[in-house]
Design a protein around this ligand. Structure first.
Ligand code: B3K
Ligand code: ZN
Length: 844
C-alpha cells in the first residue's frame, strides 16, 4: 500500500465550476449520471486530468458532448482533455445493496444513504475527490422512494423525482443523499437576520417519538453559534437523518446531516442521561461544522484537525454553557486520558497534524479530535478571550469559501495579536504527551516553582523540542485560603522557574488548573497535601484531580506493594461525599476511580509490568472498602438524591441521578443487590433501569433482570445494544470472554451492524482484565471476529484494532498471545488497507 505525505501536496490540476448529478435509484443497479464543468487551475503546473473512482462500472463518458474512452484503473481514470474549460459527462453503475463497507452509497434497512468523508465520493462517481476542489452541486434523484433528500435547498419534486441545489461550494466529501420510507419531526428556526429555516429530523416510521430532544438541541445550537461566534445558518432547510448502519457517530454533510441512530434518537424510557448529553453534544458538533468544516474546509486530509479540533472545542464550550462547565471539563479530561493519552503513549502515536498516512480513515483519532481541541483551548488561554474572539472573526472573514491549512489558522492569531506562534506550532507537529515535572522551594517569603518538560519518543520522532505550555497555577495558604488566584505561567524552555513574592508562609500549589495543557504532571507530593487540595482548592478541576491523584496513588500501592487501602483516602472521600455544598454530579465523578488502563499505564511508566487481573482486583477491593467506610452515609445520600419530578435529562436531574447511582453501586457491595433490585423493579427511565441492572450484574445477581430486560426491549435495537454490552462489561473478567463469545451466537447478534458489533466485541475490548486475560482468549476471540469483519467493513475493523495498542506493556506470555493474534490478522489474505496499516503500526 502507498503512503501519502503532507510534503507532497500539490494543487489540483482542474477546478470544478459546477456539478450536476442524476441518480436513478435501484438497490443493485443504481445509475449515476454526472455533468461537471471543469476549468484548468492556474495554480497548477500539472495539467493531467485524473478523476478518482472505485468500484464503478463506467457506462459512458463524454467531453463537450463527444464520447470519449478514458483510461480506467481500479483507482480512477485519466483522459485527454481540451485546452481551457470543458464539460465532462459520465454515467456509471453502482451496487448500493452490496455495499457493506458503509462508505459511498449504501443501503440500511431498505433506505439509501451515503457516507463520503473522507474518500467515499469516489465510490459514487468519477470525480476529483479531494477537499480542495469545491463546487456548487445540483442533484436530481429518481426513484419510487417517498422521501428523497440531498444537500442544499429543494428546488422541485414530483412523482418519482426530487431536485436539490446547494449554492455553497463544497468538497465532495460533504455530498449526501438519502432516500427511503422516512417520516419527519418538523420545526422552524429564524436566524438573527430573519432567515426562516425549515428543520427536520427524518427517521424510520415508529421512531417519531424519539426526535423532540434532538430538535431542541439543534435549535439551541443554532442560537448559541449566533450568540457566541456570530455564525448564522445559510440555507432554507436543515435536515437530519437517523440511520441504523453507520460507521461512526454522525456526519456534517451540508444541510443534510446523517446520524447514527444511536446519536440522535432519544426517549427517557430508552436512553440514559449520558445518551441525552452525548446526543446534544453531537448534534451541536455537526451543526457547528457548518462554519468550521463546511464554509471553511481543509485543504487536504492532513489538516483534518483544522475542522475537527476546532469543532470539538466549540461543542465543548456549548456543553459547558448548557450544563456544568466543571463537570464537562472533568469528563473531557477523563476521556482524553482514557483514549488520547493511551494513543499518544503507544505505537499509534501521531501528531495532531500527521505528516503521512496510508488510509486516512485511520486518522479520525482521539489525537486529531480531542488533543486537537486541547490545542485550541491552549491557544485561547495564551492569547486571552478577546483576542481569541477577534482571531476567529478574522478567520471566518478571511477564509470563508476556502480550503485552509493549520498555517492559515495560526496566521489569523499571529495577525490579531502580533505574537509569533512558531513554537506553538510544535503542538501540531510533535506527537507524544509531555511529562511536566514540578519541584518547589520557599525562602524569605518567595515561593519558586521549577518546571521541567520532557516528551518521550514516539514512532518516527525520537527527539522532541520544548513546547510552549500554558500552566495555570493558584496558591493556597496552609489555612485553605487562596493567596494567589489563577495565573497562567507561560513555559517555553525545557526547564524554567517562576517565583511568587511576598508570601507569609509556604503555600500549597494548585498546578495545571482547569487542565490548562494536555500534559502529565509529575510531582512528589504527599497524600496529606492531596487531601488538603481536595478539601480546599477553588479550582473545581484540580479539586477533582486531587481526589483522583489520591485514588491512583492508593491503587498503585495496592497493586505494586500489596498495601491496604489508605485510610486518609477513605476519609477524604467520605468527607467529600457528605459535603452538601458540592454539586452532586461533581461528587459522583470524584467518588469514581481512575481507569484500569490508567493504572496500567502508570505502572508501565514506572518500569513495572502491569498485571491487568491484579489491577481489576485492587479496584474491586477499594470499592468494597469505600462502601464499608461510607456505610452509614450511603443510604442517606441515595435517598436524598432520588428524583421525584417528571424525568428531565438536564444537568440538574442527571447530576442527582448520577450521584444516587454511584451510591447504589457502593450500596450493592453491602446489601448484595437488594436495593438495586428494588430500583430495577420500579425504574421508569433507562438511566435508573440500566444502573440498577448493572449493579445486579456486578453482584452476580443479574440473571432474572437480564432475561426481563431482553423481553421488555427486544424490539428496540438501540436498547438491545445496551443489553449486549452490559453483560460483558459487568461480567467477572474470568468469564467475560466466554460471555462475549456466547453472545455472538445470539440470534440478535447482527455482526454486520457496527453498533451491534461494537456493543459486543467493543465491550470486551473495553474491559482490560477480560481482554488481556492471561491465556490469550480475549485476544484470540477479537482477532477471529476482526478477521471475519474485515472483508465486510474495513473501517470498523481497523478502528477496533486499537484494542491491541497497549499490548507491549504486558508480560511476555501475554505479549506472545497478542503478537500471535495480531500476526494472524496481518497474514489474512486480502486484508484491507485500513486494517493492514493499523496492525502493522501496532506491531511496530
Ligand atoms: N466528520 C465526521 C467523521 C467522518 C469519519 C470518516 N471516517 C464526523 C465528525 O467529526 O463530525
Ligand atoms: Zn467533526
Amino acid at each position: 500500500p502507498q503512503t501519502i505525505y503532507l510534503a507532497d501536496y500539490t494543487p489540483p490540476a482542474f477546478l470544478v465550476e459546477q456539478v450536476g448529478l442524476t441518480f436513478r435509484l435501484d438497490p443493485g443497479k443504481t445509475r449515476v449520471i454526472s455533468k461537471i464543468e471543469f476549468k484548468p487551475n492556474p495554480d497548477s503546473q500539472s495539467g493531467e486530468f485524473f478523476l478518482h473512482g472505485e468500484n464503478l462500472t463506467l457506462i459512458r463518458a463524454a467531453i463537450n458532448g463527444q464520447e470519449v474512452t478514458p483510461e480506467v484503473t481500479d483507482q480512477g481514470l485519466t483522459c485527454d482533455v481540451p485546452d481551457g474549460p470543458f464539460t465532462w459527462e459520465s454515467e456509471v453503475e453502482i451496487d448500493p445493496a452490496a455495499n457493506t463497507a458503509l462508505e459511498g452509497l449504501y443501503m440500511s434497512n431498505g433506505m439509501y444513504c451515503t457516507q463520503c468523508e473522507a474518500e467515499g465520493f469516489r465510490k459514487i462517481t468519477y470525480y476529483p475527490d479531494r477537499p480542495d476542489v469545491m463546487a456548487p452541486f445540483t442533484v436530481r434523484i429518481e426513484g419510487p422512494e417517498k422521501v428523497m433528500l440531498s444537500n442544499g435547498n429543494p428546488t422541485g419534486q414530483g412523482d418519482g423525482w426530487a431536485e436539490w441545489h446547494d449554492p455553497w461550494p463544497k468538497p465532495a466529501y460533504l455530498f449526501a443523499l438519502v432516500a427511503g420510507d422516512l417520516v419527519n419531526h418538523p420545526d422552524r428556526f429564524t436566524t438573527k437576520s430573519g432567515r426562516e429555516v425549515a428543520l427536520n429530523i427524518w427517521v424510520r416510521p415508529g421512531d417519531e417519538d424519539k426526535c423532540a430532544f434532538g430538535m431542541e438541541a439543534l435549535k439551541k445550537s443554532m442560537k448559541w453559534d449566533e450568540d457566541v461566534y456570530g455564525r448564522e445558518y445559510d440555507l432554507d432547510v436543515f435536515n437530519i437523518v437517523a440511520v441504523d448502519d453507520f460507521n461512526m457517530g454522525a456526519m456534517e454533510n451540508k444541510g443534510l446531516n446523517i446520524f447514527n441512530s444511536s446519536c440522535v434518537l432519544a426517549s427517557p424510557e430508552t436512553s440514559t442521561d449520558m445518551n441525552f448529553e452525548r446526543i446534544e453534544a453531537i448534534i451541536a458538533h455537526e451543526y457547528f461544522h457548518n462554519w468550521t468544516g463546511n464554509r471553511i474546509t481543509c485543504r487536504d486530509w492532513f489538516q483534518l484537525c483544522l475542522k475537527e479540533g476546532l469543532t470539538v472545542f466549540r461543542d465543548a464550550q456549548f456543553t459547558a454553557d448548557m450544563r456544568s462547565a466543571p463537570v464537562k471539563r472533568i469528563s473531557d479530561v477523563i476521556a482524553l486520558r482514557g483514549r488520547q493519552f493511551r494513543e499518544d503513549n503507544g505505537p499509534l502515536a501521531h501528531p495532531v497534524r500527521p505528516d503521512s498516512f496510508v488510509e486516512i480513515n485511520n486518522f479520525y483519532t482521539a489525537t486529531v479530535y480531542e488533543k486537537g481541541a486541547e490545542l485550541i483551548g491552549m491557544l485561547k488561554r495564551l492569547v486571552g478571550d478577546d483576542a481569541y474572539a477577534k482571531a476567529l472573526d478574522l478567520y471566518f472573514d478571511r477564509h470563508d469559501g476556502d480550503a485552509a491549512t493549520i498555517e492559515d489558522w495560526l496566521k489569523v492569531f499571529e495577525d490579531t495579536t502580533g505574537r509569533d506562534l512558531g513554537q506553538f506550532k510544535l503542538w501540531y507537529e510533535q506527537a507524544g504527551t509531555p511529562r511536566l515535572s514540578v519541584t518547589d522551594d520557599f525562602k524569605d517569603g518567595t515561593y519558586t516553582l521549577y518546571f521541567k518538560q520532557e516528551t518521550p519518543p514516539t514512532p518516527g520522532q525520537p527527539d522532541k523540542a520544548p513546547r510552549v505550555i500554558p500552566i495555570a497555577v493558584g496558591l493556597l495558604n496552609p489555612n485553605g485560603d487562596e493567596v494567589v488566584p489563577t495565573t497562567v505561567l507561560e513555559m517555553t524552555e525545557a526547564e524554567q522557574s517562576f517565583t511568587f513574592d511576598g508570601l507569609s508562609s509556604r503555600p500549597v500549589p494548585s498546578i495545571l488548573r482547569d487542565f490548562s495543557a494536555p500534559v502529565i504532571v509529575q510531582r512528589d507530593t504527599t497524600n496529606k497535601e492531596r487531601a488538603f487540595l481536595l478539601a480546599h482548592d477553588t479550582d473545581p478541576f484540580n479539586k477533582w484531580e486531587a481526589g483522583r491523584d489520591l485514588a491512583r496513588d492508593v491503587l498503585i500501592r495496592m497493586v505494586r506493594d500489596g498495601a491496604a487501602p489508605d485510610s486518609g483516602y477513605l476519609q477524604a472521600m467520605h468527607a467529600m461525599l457528605r459535603d452538601d455544598t458540592l454539586d452532586p454530579a461533581f461528587r459522583a465523578l470524584a467518588v469514581g476511580l481512575p481507569s484500569q488502563d490508567d493504572i496500567a499505564q502508570r505502572l508501565h511508566d514506572e518500569g513495572a509490568t502491569p498485571d491487568p487481573q491484579a489491577i481489576w482486583e485492587a479496584g474491586e477491593t477499594l470499592r468494597q472498602t469505600l462502601a464499608q467506610e461510607m456505610q452509614d452515609t450511603l443510604p442517606r445520600i441515595y435517598a436524598q438524591f432520588q428524583v421525584t419530578d417528571p424525568y428531565r435529562p438536564d444537568a440538574e436531574q442527571s447530576g442527582s441521578r448520577s450521584l444516587a447511582n454511584a451510591t447504589l453501586a457502593l450500596l450493592t457491595r453491602l446489601d448484595g443487590g437488594a436495593q438495586a433490585q428494588r430500583q430495577y423493579d420500579s425504574a421508569d427511565n433507562m438511566t435508573q433501569q440500566l444502573a440498577a441492572w448493572g449493579c445486579l450484574l456486578q453482584a452476580g445477581k443479574g440473571d432474572a433482570a437480564t432475561a426481563a430486560f431482553y423481553d421488555q426491549w427486544r424490539h428496540d435495537r438501540l436498547v438491545v445494544d445496551k443489553w449486549f454490552s452490559l453483560q460483558i462489561v459487568h461480567d467477572d473478567p474470568a468469564t467475560a470472554v466466554e460471555t462475549c463469545a456466547a453472545l455472538t451466537n445470539h440470534a440478535d447478534f447482527n455482526w454486520k451492524n457496527p453498533n451491534r458489533f461494537r456493543a459486543t466485541l467493543g465491550a470486551l475490548a473495553m474491559s482490560p482484565a477480560a481482554f488481556h486475560r492471561a491465556d490469550g482468549a480475549g485476544y484470540a476471540l477479537l482477532a477471529d471476529w476482526l478477521i471475519r469483519l474485515d472483508p465486510v467493513n474495513p473501517q470498523t475493523t481497523a478502528r477496533m484494532c486499537t484494542a491491541f495498542e497497549t499490548w507491549s506493556r504486558y508480560d511476555n506470555a501475554r505479549q506472545a498471545h497478542a503478537r500471535a493474534a495480531l500476526e494472524r490478522i496481518l497474514a489474512t489474505p486480502g486484508l484491507s488497507r485500513d486494517t493492514n496499516e493499523m496492525v502493522a503500526r501496532i506491531l511496530g
